[in-house]
Write a protein that binds this ligand. Structure first.
Ligand code: SAM
Length: 284
């Protein structure tokens, strides 16, 4: 096993979602650092793996860096896992990885599940552009300020929220984003009571207030960007293609892409590629 830090993703509910490579890495490394050793011990027991486990959480992360650096420099392989999903994604590890990378230590990702991608993959909201905002503050005024700064975003917004704050989160969302903004709440992903709730903020808030079960579990809340329902998004793609056709007829491809990027706010690289395709088609 190569001496390195392996950032290993673990399931967010369904244990079948661990990858073969993750199992093999967890079996082979010298030491595993875990956000909560009790949670990871259960996973390892399920996998039939016995391994030395140390804790690494937000309160001791900085203090662990030196020991992990020395161990890897001495040739050891170390895995980092969090309680669920991908380490560093709203979980500990950023400080450690940053410190190791800056000292030239090899950090190897072992990818797998993350709640945000799992949620987006079945939500039905546009995924061409999205912004992951993680947990907003538990403090109401700070949370509302963050929402104010996001309410005009045109990309899909992805938030994490816990059961004891989901109602307040939706109340603030309704006040700031408006009652009619389209949202999707993904609850208990990959677990027995997995459910996607789709509708306007006010519809889902009313539903949540009347359904105690809907307030239980873990949540990913996805908010459609301004003017970005699924249908509108398709319409935008059509409009962009038509705009590029017109521009490519009149201008060199590079210039057509630059002007289209300015008019639509979309990425120039992607528009350049589309413009090239149109030009090649037209040239036969
Ligand atoms: N590292 C994890 C990842 O890659 O998704 C996220 C860890 S963060 C501490 C935990 C939050 O992720 C939960 O409060 C919830 O918002 C979201 N989450 C994790 N598992 C989930 C699940 N099974 N269903 C819905 N949301 C989940």
């Amino acid at each position: 096993m190569e001496a390195a830090l392996y950032c290993v993703a673990t399931p967010i509910g369904n244990l079948g979602d661990i990858t073969e490579r993750a199992v093999s890495v967890l079996r082979s490394v010298d030491v595993i650092y875990a956000e909560d050793t009790r949670v990871t011990r259960k996973l390892l027991t399920h996998l039939g793996i016995q391994k030395s486990l140390h804790s690494l959480h937000q309160h001791n992360e900085a203090a662990r860096v030196e020991a992990i650096f020395s161990a890897i420099t001495a040739g050891q392989s170390i895995a980092l896992v969090s309680d669920a999903g991908t380490p560093l994604i709203s979980d500990p590890g950023y400080y450690l990885v940053g410190a190791l990378v800056s000292q030239g230590i090899n950090v190897i990702p072992v990818p797998g599940v993350s709640a945000l991608i799992t949620a987006l993959s079945a939500a039905g909201l546009p995924t061409d552009r999205f912004a992951f905002e993680g947990f907003l503050s538990a403090k109401g005024s700070t949370r509302r300020k963050a929402m104010e700064a996001l309410k005009s975003a045109t990309s899909t917004l992805v938030f994490y929220e816990s059961s004891h704050r989901i109602k307040d989160f939706l109340i603030d969302l309704q006040e700031i984003f408006g009652a009619q903004r389209e949202i999707v709440i993904a609850r208990e992903l990959t677990k027995l009571y997995e459910h996607f709730y789709r509708g306007s903020v006010s519809d889902l808030l009313t539903q949540l207030e009347g359904d105690e079960n809907m307030r239980k579990g873990e949540f990913v809340v996805m908010v459609a960007g301004v003017g970005k329902t699924g249908e509108e998004s398709e319409q935008t793609a059509l409009d962009t293609a038509r705009l590029l056709e017109i521009l490519v007829d009149e201008l060199p491809v590079k210039q057509a892409a630059t002007i289209a990027a300015k008019l639509t706010g979309q990425a120039k690289n992607s528009l350049y590629r589309q413009a090239m395709e149109i030009k090649e088609k037209e040239d036969g």
